[in-house]
Design a protein around this ligand. Structure first.
Ligand code: HEC
Ligand code: HEC
Length: 332
């Protein structure tokens, strides 16, 4: 290399902003960028996620309760399903749910594909059935063609529906939050208050349960470790899956990614604000009473966990045909 080229390279290096080394030994890691292995399947899954024809009423889609323009949840204490039925539990966000060890508050679905079959057939949610969904989709010529392109088969199967939706959901990750940029060495990505909030989050013991890339989602823990949590919500948590009385009030630790977008909080939706959620967590999980300043600091940190908004193009849903079953919005 010539001397002038070398000088040039040296000048370039000094011109780059000073990036510290990535912080490798933190209990939270940056969210990995999702890799799309089958773009056709993801595109199909996206259509199905937004398609209200998967519900009996023709009104509810996955997006009704997991609004992707609003953090992937419905911001309600409990969801509203078919014929305005009140759901039993708060809807978690679908953002980053592929990073969880299992799906649902009690972890009863092992993965996204199994999960997706649930709401379609749940009479209190989309109130359709797997057979009916296959009938509806098979009556829509553009869907038949698209399923054939993606799966190479002539007949649509429910398994292909849930697999496509899961493939789409796997792309719903939100990397590049300010906190992740800080983890990767950009010292200026966080303010002093936010860094102090993170330090307090670690020192108080929150990281014992909220850790890893999703800042949660990787273990089941009791709600009310130090002080019993009082709620009117009848959910027993993980005990419904294991039958073990020790699992009463044990829930999947929620991810705290994008948590500023997903109020209200907890399985019963009882905490209306992040400040309230932090206060309750300190008290019932750790036996701590935070001062207002401490709560504000932790909340400031939590808000740095909001990732890059999804760059999502709305899908164009294919038109129904003359044989497509009509919506039945007012039927039981
Ligand atoms: C009527 C509202 C409603 C509709 C419609 C709905 N969901 Fe949900 N979803 C919920 C609620 C409530 C939960 C939590 C249930 C539980 O944990 O017992 C949930 C849980 C989930 C979870 C688990 C997230 C986690 O962190 O555990 C995923 C993933 C999900 N839904 C995806 C979907 C998909 C895909 C569809 C469409 C096929 C859909 N949902 C339709 C309300 C809804
Ligand atoms: C022993 C494990 C554990 C510890 C320690 C812990 N959490 Fe949690 N956290 C959970 C569980 C479990 C839930 C869900 C409880 C429920 O919904 O009933 C939760 C829920 C939350 C939520 C609500 C998330 C949502 O989407 O609904 C926030 C916010 C939160 N924790 C913050 C904190 C903070 C801040 C601390 C430290 C002061 C902390 N947690 C300590 C286990 C823990």
């Amino acid at each position: 290399m010539s001397r002038s080229l070398l000088l040039c390279a040296a000048a370039l290096i000094t011109a780059l902003p000073a990036l510290a080394a990535p912080l490798d030994d933190e209990p939270i890691q940056p969210i990995p960028v999702s890799r799309v292995s089958d773009p056709g399947m993801v595109e199909l899954g996206k259509k199905l996620f937004f398609d209200p024809r998967l519900s009996r009423s023709g009104l509810l889609s996955c997006n009704s309760c997991h609004n992707l323009a609003a953090g992937g949840s419905d911001n309600l204490t409990s969801s509203i399903g078919h014929r305005w039925q009140k759901g039993p539990i708060n809807a978690p966000t679908v953002l980053n749910s592929s990073l969880h060890l299992a799906q649902f508050w009690d972890g009863r679905a092992p993965d996204l594909k199994t999960q997706a079959g649930g709401p379609i057939a749940n009479p209190a949610e989309m109130a359709s059935s797997h057979a009916q969904v296959v009938t509806v989709l098979s009556s829509i010529p553009a869907y038949v063609t698209e399923f054939k392109t993606v799966f190479g088969t002539d007949a649509i199967e429910i398994e292909q529906v849930t697999r496509s939706i899961a493939a789409f959901e796997e792309t719903l990750v939100t990397p590049d939050s300010r906190f992740d940029r800080w983890l990767k060495g950009d010292a200026k990505a966080l303010t002093e208050t936010e860094r102090a909030g993170y330090q307090l989050f670690k020192d108080s013991g929150c990281v014992a349960c909220h850790n890893g890339p999703a800042v949660g989602g990787n273990s089941f823990q009791k709600m009310g470790v130090v002080e019993p949590y009082s709620t009117r919500n009848p959910s027993v948590g993980r005990m419904a899956v294991t039958g073990d009385p020790d699992d009463r009030m044990v829930f999947k630790v929620p991810s705290l990614r994008n948590v500023e977008l997903t109020a209200p909080y907890f399985h019963d939706g009882a905490a209306a604000t992040l400040t309230q959620a932090v206060e309750t967590m300190g008290r019932v999980q750790l036996g701590l009473t935070f001062t207002p300043e401490e709560k504000a600091r932790i909340v400031a940190f939590l808000k740095t966990l909001t990732g890059r908004p999804l760059a999502l193009r709305l899908p164009a849903l294919p038109p129904s045909s003359d044989t497509t079953p009509r919506p039945r919005p007012f039927e039981e």
